[in-house]
Design a protein around this ligand. Structure first.
Ligand code: SF4
Length: 574
């Protein structure tokens, strides 16, 4: 028996932006990293296919030998293959157990399924779109833009330089591998016409007909799910909240499956935060706990944290770096101290650190696999910092404990503020996921999972979270905007999504789009239209328009505005 963990990798992020239906993506994501000793024990060679079985399903992936994966632990990058075997139980938080799932692994002669093969196991509704380039040439403008906002991860780097030639992005300066993959491949895997499902197949139609169908689905639904938002603008999100109110549905955003537990912990304990600018200029101790920015936020360390040249702390030599994780990572290679915590035991380690910081006696010789002396050394390092920061990742939010891990980490930071300046910041993954929480909280008072069934907003994680309403089969229709839950939700949730009438509004074709009943293509915010987005530290930035959109393609904000009018007409008779 092994323990399965899932997570981001650099190649998962890069190839996802080139295209989820490419062989490259499948080669990087349909894999299982296994320690060489474990490979020997189960008689499997690196590069051959294995079947991963859990209590929730099974999937065939390629075994890859990995020295960074501890014996007994295996790793599958997040994506459609991992979703087949993760634990859908959210334990009352909305966040499924995407790490720490017991699994068996065996050699198999079966082939690795493609994305459409996986979707066909879930639903016979699956539609394989003809992914195309625009039929009509876009505008021939040529220009170089500076201070461009990157539209991939929560770092929202705003110093990119992008050259456009004849209406096409030709080069990107200052970007990381993922931002280059995104900006240079934004026109791949797109479908440029609205579609509605007729006789089981999606067929191209006019925007008007697609909007009419979408409005009918939402107006007739008793309890629709309005979900997504992390890759669109705050302006578009505003319409989503109103649609949920209008239809008596539930509006949620992608934070449910990343930092929803962080928000729960923050609601319990409050939080001491700082902007990335303050951290860059002042932090002399940086802790990455349960996160791997070198892979998931590639410019974070150089632009904002470990390696960044600040005004008062001049660079790496003037900082101490600590990484706490269940296995060595590329980020741990740049650390002064790496603490390997036992999988699922972060809470115990944080509690022990709180005891050490307060000079209480720790009697156990090891806590969560970490020797007591190491914990005392770490506590000393924390207390002697002038300005410390803990960056928290999904290693804490996706394991058991979830929001309680975060609550305890926040309390540790509060304890440390009796000694010195210490702050905590969540490593928000997706582009504008922070903005989704901000907008929904302004409008409803709650940051995610907001239910309007009774006509007023209620927030009840574990009940009104998107994952839970899908897994329980509560919702009878869905509107998905700028996100791809079929690639990131557990199989059970996707199975229900495939059963109910679903509308997808997205610039790109995706596994979720292939299960839709109505698909409406839109412009990329930050490439084909402007919009306001939030950086992971809550700083708002205006994303620029770089190229003209394909003809007749509107922004998410415009499409949703039209949809609101049509739903109002059906529901309110306006
Ligand atoms: S670190 Fe994130 S925001 Fe910055 S350039 Fe890379 S993908 Fe874009």
């Amino acid at each position: 028996m092994f323990t399965l963990i899932t997570g981001r990798t650099l190649e998962q992020g890069r190839t996802m932006e080139i295209g989820k239906f490419t062989k490259d993506y499948m080669d990087r994501v349909a894999i299982c990293e296994i320690n060489p000793e474990d490979l020997k024990k189960i008689g499997v060679e690196s590069g051959s296919n294995v079947k991963v079985k859990t209590a929730y399903g099974e999937v065939v992936v390629k075994a890859v030998s990995s020295n960074t994966t501890s014996p007994g632990v295996v790793f599958i990058p997040m994506g459609p293959w991992a979703n087949m075997v993760v634990n859908p139980d959210t334990q009352g938080t909305g966040m499924p157990n995407l790490k720490g799932v017991p699994c068996q692994i065996e050699a198999t002669g079966e082939a690795i399924p493609g994305i459409y093969d996986l979707l066909k196991k879930i639903s016979d509704k699956t539609f394989e779109a003809k992914i195309s380039k625009p039929e009509v040439a876009v505008s021939g403008r040529s220009e170089t833009y500076s201070n461009v906002v990157c539209c991939f991860c929560g770092c929202v780097c705003d110093d990119l330089e992008v050259s456009v030639e004849n209406g096409k992005i030709k080069s990107v300066k200052n970007g990381c591998a993922i931002s280059m993959a995104k900006l240079l491949n934004y026109d791949r895997e797109r479908a440029y016409k609205p579609m509605v499902r007729k006789n089981g197949k999606l067929v191209e139609t006019s925007l008007e007909e697609a909007l009419n169908e979408a409005a009918k689905i939402l107006a007739e639904a008793k309890y629709p799910l309005i979900y997504g938002w992390s890759s669109t603008s705050n302006e578009a999100m505003r319409h989503g909240v109103y649609l949920a109110e209008l239809t008596g549905g539930v509006v949620d955003n992608t934070s449910v499956s990343c930092h929803g537990p962080t928000i729960l912990g923050t609601q319990q304990a409050g939080v001491v935060k700082a902007t990335l600018g303050q951290i860059r200029n002042r932090a002399d101790l940086i802790v990455y706990w349960g996160c791997n920015p070198v892979y998931a936020h590639p410019r974070h360390t150089v632009r904002y944290s470990a390696m960044a040249k600040g005004r008062f702390v001049k660079g790496r030599k003037e900082r101490k770096i600590v990484v706490v994780d269940v296995r060595p990572t590329p980020t741990s290679k740049i650390a002064d101290m790496f603490i390997q915590v036992k999988q699922g035991m972060d809470y115990e380690l944080i509690t022990a650190l709180r005891m050490a910081v307060k000079d209480h006696t720790i009697e156990a010789p090891t806590v969560a696999g970490v020797p007591r002396e190491k914990i005392l050394e770490l506590a000393d390092m924390f207390r002697s910092a002038r300005f410390g920061v803990i960056f928290l990742g999904m290693g804490l939010t996706m394991t058991s404990g979830k929001g309680r891990n975060l609550e305890e980490a926040i309390k540790l930071v509060q304890d440390l503020n009796e000694w010195t300046k210490f702050v905590l910041l969540a490593m928000r993954g997706h582009y504008n996921v922070t903005g989704t929480n901000e907008v929904i909280v302004w409008l409803t008072g709650y940051p995610y999972a907001v239910d309007f069934m009774l006509g007023y907003p209620r927030h009840n994680p574990g009940i009104t979270t998107a994952t839970d309403v899908l897994i329980r089969g509560d919702v009878d229709a869905a509107l998905i905007v700028a996100s791809d839950p079929a690639s990131h939700f557990p199989r059970k949730a996707v199975e229900h999504l495939a059963k109910i009438p679903t509308i997808v509004i997205d610039p790109r074709w995706s596994p979720t789009a292939s299960l839709a009943d109505v698909f409406i293509p839109t412009r990329y915010v930050g490439i084909e239209c402007e919009g306001v987005v939030y950086r992971m530290d809550g700083v708002p930035l205006r994303a620029k328009k770089l190229v003209d959109p394909p003809p007749e393609i509107l922004s998410d904000e415009e499409v949703l505005g039209k949809l609101v009018e049509k739903v109002e007409a059906l529901k309110l008779g306006r």
